[in-house]
Write a protein of this length. Structure first.
Length: 568
RNA sequence: CGGGGUAUAGCGCAGCCUGGUAGCGCAACUGCUUUGGGAGCAGUGGGUCGGGAGUUCGAAUCUCUCUACCCCGACCA
């Protein structure tokens, strides 16, 4: 490609509304332009990267035996009513009507469509197992789209769906796709982790997320220092403490804590550690309110709470008036002593003694509280988020926390959808049987942003070679004046192009500084500078975008040099 | 959804308080000079001042209203 034949529109200034670095760089390079909230144009430059990722994804899916197809983006409401998701999916679902007033939605995902397809097409166990996939645009009406294509409303997704007769067969395909995903992120050149995940709204049993590690990640990942264990913090189990509960040494006392409400305020006021406090959260329960009790410095894990049978889904904290009814005081002074509702305590709370809790009376707290003597709880559960230093759930090593960007998620769905949509096949005995399903997603457009988050420096993007918009940039110095430079640059350009290298030559009549700055901003992995200065010695200059060091190379060796770099 | 903020040339912003028909930097275009790290000089083009209504002789500026976009919020217990 010649720069003058391409659409290259870089910016020096960072747009005001771009928060994260990937968004800023995607705008500055001109890969992306915004059309509306969460809606973006992919320019020819940006599309090249997107297509490179798509190609790798497609190749690995094909290799894993998956079959590509395309499904409509617009889906009839009827299918969503069958699974109950027309209402359950909530406002994320963009609903539209056609001219006849019939209801449709813009597909945020395609379980309904594929299950409908499967129930029409798959009649016999002999056709199983089978996996279909597509790479296409989805729309989710996100509460708050942000960070450019990281959380856009319209985005490009690869989604795959597998169908099976048995759970064992599902597990086999699941493992195969797990491996395909590892291959994909490996090939793209990203530092990633597959982590155990909560299967959430979609339902089913096994589930893994694939995270690209980056500080700006929206998710926290817990991983072990002593094994391969890795899980989303939402999912990471916190083991019961092994230490015994210390003996009570203090007498129960009621203290006036004035207007101190939060854990930190009360701890500061009493000059003790938040670890000596417990916090009591009142939530909606299935059968009346439920109190969830945590150590002061611990964080409630809402997913874990939501999964408790006693807690009403979706997880909801009680409103102020309801709190007053149960605890007889305002939030801020709730405590476990004589609290008239189901009390579920976190594992860590069971070994606390001489602790501080709200007195169920405004502006009062109790100190020197001890279990059994002063208060009791109904049951114990794992309620809190794992944190650095906790023992790993598999017993090996300790937990560390990293930030990750979720770029893939695979689920063993089971028969949730095939039951509700009645997707059956005849088994070997000639009997009707519901198929069991798996589903597997990759946020293709999000991978672009994640790759930038992980690979950039102060000059711009540093693309992993496999997905770079161009592999090699030829930067001729003063080509308009020096016939010799022009000749050498064009010869090299043609030679690399003939070898199938995705090369761009900057043939604009611009000053060298601009040329260098653009090539660096764009993050092209290999730069070749050609100027009279080095040509005098029969040489050109090579610079790797990553290393940023100029190396003189004989003109006759440069093609071979590039080839060896590309093979590596 | 609740709270806050913004909307003026492609981008980043000033002007608004105190009303008089719009300006700066970057980008773009032309010319000359410059030519190995985002150049200099001279010039040019480009704006229904987010939409609508109102007040006024006169509105980017004041009032009302609508819309779009951005930020924060679901851990006070």
């Amino acid at each position: 490609m010649r720069t003058t034949q391409f659409h290259l529109q870089t910016r020096k200034e960072t747009p005001a509304d771009a928060e994260v670095i990937s968004h800023q760089l995607m705008i500055r390079t001109g890969m992306l332009s915004r059309l509306g909230s969460g809606l973006y144009n992919w320019t020819p430059l940006g599309l090249k990267v997107l297509r490179n990722i798509e190609k790798i994804v497609r190749e690995e899916m094909d290799k894993a035996g998956c079959l590509e197809m395309i499904m409509p983006t617009i889906q009839p409401a009827g299918l969503w009513e069958e699974t109950g998701r027309w209402d359950k999916y909530g406002d994320l679902l963009l609903k539209i009507k056609d001219r006849a007033g019939r209801d449709f939605c813009f597909g945020p995902t395609h379980e309904e469509v594929i299950t409908d397809f499967a129930r029409k097409e798959i009649k016999s166990y002999k056709q199983l197992p089978i996996t279909f996939y597509q790479i296409q645009t989805k729309f989710r009406d996100e509460i708050r789209p942000r960070f450019g294509v990281m959380r856009a409303r319209e985005f490009l997704m690869k989604d795959a769906y597998s169908f099976h007769l048995s759970t064992d067969c599902l597990k086999e395909t699941y493992a195969k796709i797990h491996q395909a995903y590892c291959n994909i992120f490996e090939r793209i050149g990203l530092t990633y982790r597959p982590v155990e995940a909560d299967s959430g709204e979609i339902g089913g049993t096994g589930s893994h997320e694939f995270h690209v590690l980056a500080e700006s990640g929206e998710d926290a990942i817990a991983y072990s220092t002593g094994s391969d264990y890795a899980a989303n913090v939402e999912k990471c189990e916190v083991l019961a403490p092994t230490k015994p509960r210390p003996e009570a040494t203090q007498e129960l006392e009621i203290v006036d804590t004035h207007h101190k409400k939060s854990i930190t305020e009360v701890a500061d006021f009493l000059s003790i550690s938040p670890k000596k406090l417990i916090k009591t959260l009142l939530v909606e329960g299935v059968d009346g309110p439920v109190a969830l009790v945590l150590r002061g410095d611990h964080e409630l894990n809402e997913i874990k709470a939501n999964n408790l049978p006693e807690v009403a889904a979706p997880f909801t904290l009680l409103e102020d008036d309801a709190i007053k009814k149960v605890a007889l005081c305002d939030a801020g002074s709730i405590g476990v002593k004589d609290l008239n509702c189901t009390i579920i305590v976190d594992r860590a709370v069971t070994i606390m003694s001489d602790f501080v809790t709200g007195a169920n009376e405004n502006d009062k707290h109790l100190t020197g509280v001890n279990w059994e003597r002063d208060a009791s709880y109904g049951q114990v559960a794992d309620l809190r988020n794992a944190k650095a230093g906790d023992p790993s759930p598999d017993g090996k090593g300790k937990i560390k926390i990293a930030r990750g960007i979720e770029v893939g998620h695979i689920f063993q769905l089971g028969d949730t959808y095939t039951q509700s949509m009645n997707a059956v096949v005849l088994n070997e005995q000639g009997k009707s049987q519901h198929m069991t399903m798996g589903c597997y997603g990759i946020g293709v457009s999000r991978v672009v942003a994640a790759a930038i988050e992980q690979n950039h420096d102060e000059k711009g993007i540093v693309w992993p070679q496999q997905i770079a918009p161009f592999t090699v940039a030829i930067l001729p110095m003063n080509m308009k004046k020096s016939e010799r430079v022009k000749q050498a640059a064009n010869d090299l350009y043609n030679e690399l192009k003939a070898l199938g290298v995705d090369v761009i030559i900057d043939d604009r009549k611009i000053r060298p500084g601009v040329m260098f700055a653009d090539a660096e901003l764009l993050g092209i992995p290999h730069h070749i500078t050609i100027g009279d200065r080095s040509l005098d010695e029969g040489e050109v200059e090579y610079k790797s975008r990553k290393e940023m060091e100029n190396v003189r190379i004989k003109q006759s060796d440069i093609v071979g040099h590039i080839q060896s770099l590309l093979e590596a």
